[in-house]
Write a protein that binds this ligand. Structure first.
Ligand SMILES: *[C@@H]1O[C@H](CO)[C@@H](O)[C@H](O)[C@H]1NC(C)=O
Ligand SMILES: *[C@@H]1O[C@H](CO)[C@@H](O)[C@H](O)[C@H]1NC(C)=O
Length: 391
């Protein structure tokens, strides 16, 4: 074997540590002090639009920050990756995937973006994260373009990833964010996953938003049971455990419940109001979310205050929640306590490769959830170290 092929394998062997991946978003581009980000191994900058890579000769690849600035804010050696896509931005992926020519053009452009060199002549970008939400359908536009019209994407998605991998070469990092609900895993079957897996270094399993406006009963949006189920769906369909990362959410979600919802008796699994327009798929304004760093909307302040004061952990489904009886609002979020528990019961028990969170700046300005994730990560690494020594 030529060194060209062996080197990445050696490097993969050396990077034994648990991955700690963090999205840094354009909406909340805030990085705390170095001490708080020292465990982070990969930063994924979200997002570049996929349509950028459909162009014949894109002259530049604009982003909300530049890679050198990001590098200076994290520990030396932290990998910086550019995330492409995001919720509602799928058209460019579809266009790329539709033909061999489209896939090649897209892949070539992604390769060029990743190869962009900095002013000092050093290669500054080390990888890419593909956030197609979702190949095969159930995206933002699912009422406008039906899933059956997107069924071809199920076979085209692995082909697109494979073209991108060819353009990147074996040493660049490539990951994908993948849906957390079985109903959205249209393109992730035991037939397609081995093909998808052969192109990727790791998968970010989006174990959050597991309750959203398409639901009609209350659930924990990033809870333990639903997160386990998502993880197991991928593992049983062929993702190697060490390539799966478990997702954490640094934001809170709220949902309006129905009159006579039954939430007073059983707050988990009780009826919501109609949250989405059944014809257009449009948002009816009866559900929403905001990051920990965001200003709390006026009309939600009182209810949010109650949630923070009275919210409790449901050991059954493994999530923190509050049902506000006066307002008829259900709140769901990842509390500090749940973070360590999810790490132990999902990541540790299944030997997953790492964790990730959406997103770093979202946890400002108190960084409570980041600290909890740091601590859970440290404790896990310590337990792992102990086990290794005992062996
Ligand atoms: C693949 O999944 C299908 C559908 O869920 C199932 O019927 C089949 O047995 C699975 N095949 C393997 C090899 O696990
Ligand atoms: C609630 O949603 C489920 C699917 O998530 C669906 O099967 C059921 O028909 C819905 N019920 C109502 C009353 O809309």
């Amino acid at each position: 074997m030529r060194l060209f092929y062996i080197l990445p394998l050696i490097m993969a062997q050396l990077s034994y540590a648990t991955k700690y991946v963090m999205y840094l978003t354009g909406q909340h581009n805030v990085v705390p002090s170095p001490a708080l980000v020292s465990h982070i191994t990969h930063v994924e900058l979200a997002f570049m639009p996929p349509s950028l890579f459909n162009q014949e000769d894109p002259s530049e690849f604009p982003l909300f920050t530049d890679v050198e600035t990001v590098r200076s804010q994290f520990a030396p050696g932290t990998k910086v990756m550019v995330a492409i896509g995001g919720w509602g931005d799928t058209e460019g992926f579809s266009r790329a995937a539709a033909s061999e020519g489209g896939r090649d053009l897209f892949a070539r452009n992604v390769g060029a973006m990743v190869e962009v060199t900095g002013a000092d002549g050093l290669m500054v970008r080390v990888g890419v994260d593909i956030d197609w939400e979702y190949p095969g359908g159930n995206g933002e536009d699912y009422k406008q373009i039906s899933n059956s019209e997107k069924a071809w994407e199920i076979e085209a998605y692995p082909l697109l990833l494979s073209s991108i991998r060819s353009a990147l070469g074996p040493s660049k990092l490539m990951s994908a964010a993948v849906p957390g609900l079985r109903r959205d895993m249209l393109a992730f079957t035991n037939t397609t996953i081995p093909l998808i897996d052969s192109s990727l270094d790791f998968f970010n399993v989006m174990t959050y938003d597991l309750m959203n406006r398409r639901d009609n009963v209350t659930k924990h949006h990033t809870g333990l049971t639903l997160s386990s189920d998502a993880t197991d769906a991928y593992l049983s369909n062929g993702i190697p455990a060490e390539k799966a990362n478990l997702g954490f959410a640094f934001y809170v979600k709220w949902f309006r419940t129905a009159p006579n919802s039954g939430c007073d008796v059983h707050p988990i699994g009780c009826k919501t109001a109609l949250l989405e327009d059944p014809l257009t798929g449009g948002d009816l304004g009866r559900a929403g979310q905001f990051a920990w760093c965001d200003a709390i909307p006026d009309e939600l302040q009182e209810s949010f205050g109650k949630a923070m004061k009275w919210g409790r952990y449901d050991a059954g489904g493994g999530g923190t929640f509050f049902w506000d009886r006066e307002e008829g609002l259900f709140w769901s979020w990842e509390a500090e306590f749940g973070i360590g528990k999810k790490m132990e019961e999902i990541l540790e028990q299944r030997g997953l490769g790492g964790v990730f969170a959406w997103g770093l700046g979202e946890d400002g300005n108190e960084w409570r959830h980041l600290r909890a994730l740091n601590m859970a990560y440290e404790e896990y690494e310590m337990r792992k170290g102990t086990t290794k020594d005992e062996l």
